[in-house]
Design a protein around this ligand. Structure first.
Ligand code: PLP
Length: 394
């Protein structure tokens, strides 16, 4: 199998309908057919490319070809955002009366699907501590249909044992869906460890330039056919221009990820030694309680880390005000470093009680971009110095 850099540049070659080096943008809502049989066939072809853009579009197919090969899955599909990917998948795969297992530490939107949306639709959910594989087993019921995992998790960087959970699920005829946004397929390939469907907020590393909202799902064609069918109803359609931008971003993913990995580790190591910081969460640190598991299933540890400040909510918030390079923003995975205070950001998605369970108030999530490592480390340490001298911790 070719390497990731070759895949991101050439895996869509077969889908090239023209001889242009840069893919044309099929900015059209629909396509025409010369005869009734072709037209009728287009209407039922999952992820087709020539019927109606909500059903599929050549720009979607190009991204899907690259993502499927990167994730080593049979097929892939694109959606209008990461949340469109997970919500559409869940709606496709469960019904009222079913049971779904998720993680206590997970992206706020996914937590809200588990805690709010699914119970409203008559689907029971159980959230477990992903660090304990047995907790997944204990949560299984005869009605369990799906296990949603996310590793490393947002924003606590907890690790899920993908192989163990996938094996457990398979033994009970339960499907597994893994959010691979933080790791990227460069650092971790859940399907190789037995996970059924891998999904991403492609808004993040896959696109990498903070200019597109998109999602992807990768897995067996038969499962994605069901998800595609539901996507026709949720209308989770990615615009052709956004699919084109996403493909352009993915072309350089293998060049960007090693720098994100280096910057993430350098920041984690530097912050570990700072007196204003009580804990750094980063799976690449050998002090991370699950470092051995992370090292066994990942080849790099990503650009996202989080840390807790001695001065709680106020100190964390003040720290953001002292940063020069990382900007205060809800996203991550772009070339620019970003930082966010989850306890304030997720207010709109979770109730106060759910929020207190999900994140410590003094936690900052830092997403290292691809800037020069020394500049980034100096800037982040200067901001930590500023808040600790203001509070007298230095
Ligand atoms: N999964 C993770 C880990 C995320 O961080 C996010 C967004 O921040 C999402 C999913 C949702 O993706 P999107 O914002 O593209 O809908």
């Amino acid at each position: 199998m070719p390497g990731a850099s070759t895949v991101t540049i050439h895996a869509d070659r077969e889908t090239h309908p023209s001889r242009a080096l840069a893919q044309p943008i099929y900015q059209t809502a629909a396509f025409s057919a010369d005869d009734g049989a072709t037209f009728a066939a287009g209407a039922v072809e999952p992820r087709g490319e020539g019927f109606y853009t909500r059903f599929g579009n050549p720009n979607h197919a190009q991204v899907a070809a690259v993502v499927a090969e990167l994730e080593n899955t049979e097929a892939a599909m694109v959606t209008s955002s990461g949340m469109a990917a997970i919500t559409t998948a869940v709606l496709a795969l469960v019904s009222a009366g079913d049971h779904v297992i998720g993680q206590q530490s997970t992206y706020g939107g996914t937590a809200s699907v588990l805690l709010n949306l699914l119970p409203r639709l008559g689907v029971d959910t159980t959230l477990v501590d992903q660090r304990d594989t047995e907790a997944f087993e204990k949560a299984l019921t005869p009605k369990t249909r799906l296990i949603l995992v996310e590793t490393p998790s947002n924003p606590l960087l907890h690790i899920t044992d993908l192989r163990a959970v996938a094996e457990l699920a398979r033994a009970h005829d339960v499907l597994t869906l893994a959010d691979n946004t933080f790791a990227t397929p460069l650092n971790q390939r859940p399907a190789d460890l037995g996970v059924d469907v891998v999904w991403h907020s492609a808004t993040k590393y896959l696109n990498g330039h903070s200019d597109v909202s998109a999602g992807v799902l990768a897995g067996p064609a038969a499962i994605l056919d069901r998800v595609w069918d539901t996507s026709l109803l949720t209308g989770a359609t990615l615009g052709p221009i956004d699919a084109w931008l996403l493909l352009r971003g993915i072309r350089t993913l293998p060049l960007r990820v090693p720098r994100h990995n280096d910057n993430g580790l350098a920041l984690a190591e530097a912050l570990t030694r700072h007196p204003a910081v009580t804990r750094v969460h980063y799976p690449g640190l050998d002090t991370h309680p699950q470092h051995a598991l992370a090292a066994a299933q990942m080849t790099g540890f990503g650009g996202v880390l989080s840390m807790e400040f001695t001065g709680g909510y106020d100190m964390a918030d003040a720290f953001l005000g002292h940063l020069r390079y990382p900007r205060r923003s809800a996203s991550l995975g772009g070339v620019e470093s970003l930082a966010v205070h989850p306890a304030s950001m997720w207010r709109g998605m979770l109730s106060d009680e759910q929020l207190t369970e999900a994140v410590p108030p003094g936690l900052i999530r830092l997403a290292a971009g691809t800037e020069d490592t020394a500049d980034l480390v100096a800037d982040v340490l200067a901001a930590a110095d500023a808040v600790s001298s203001a509070s007298g911790t230095a």
